[in-house]
Design a protein around this ligand. Structure first.
Ligand SMILES: [Zn+2]
Ligand SMILES: [Zn+2]
Length: 121
């Protein structure tokens, strides 16, 4: 089982063991919402994911996208999109073991910050 959660541990989740793809997202929404230069996302089939503690708050961030975050500490822990409802995106930084999910690519490279040192392989 793969586990993770928010900073304050109010929200916890678990994923079935498995190999899931991950990618760096350089979109301006991820940048602003996470207050970070970019966000590395793990792409997980929704049936492999479950919350094991707490209830996140929803933020509708675009026409099709909804972000989920901890109402106590504010950590963002999930993103879903109605264009692919079978998938939930999990920020790799919220995993207990983020080392397991190196990004294999990037998306929205057109808005990638020019001072970032290396594009993902
Ligand atoms: Zn929290
Ligand atoms: Zn993004």
């Amino acid at each position: 089982m793969i586990e993770g959660g928010c900073f304050c541990q109010n929200i916890r989740y678990a994923l079935d063991d498995g190999k899931y793809p991950s990618a760096d997202c350089h979109c301006t929404m991820c940048r602003r919402i996470h207050s970070a230069p970019y966000v590395t996302w793990l792409v997980v089939p929704i049936e492999k994911f479950r919350y094991t503690a707490g209830t996140p708050k929803a933020l509708k961030s675009s026409t099709n996208g909804t972000r989920y975050f901890c109402p106590s500490c504010g950590s963002h822990i999930a993103c879903v999109n109605t264009e692919h409802p079978d998938i939930i995106d999990i920020p790799v930084g919220s995993l207990d073991n983020p080392e397991m999910a190196p990004p294999s690519g990037e998306i929205f490279g057109d808005t990638r910050l020019p001072w970032l040192p290396h594009p993902a392989a």
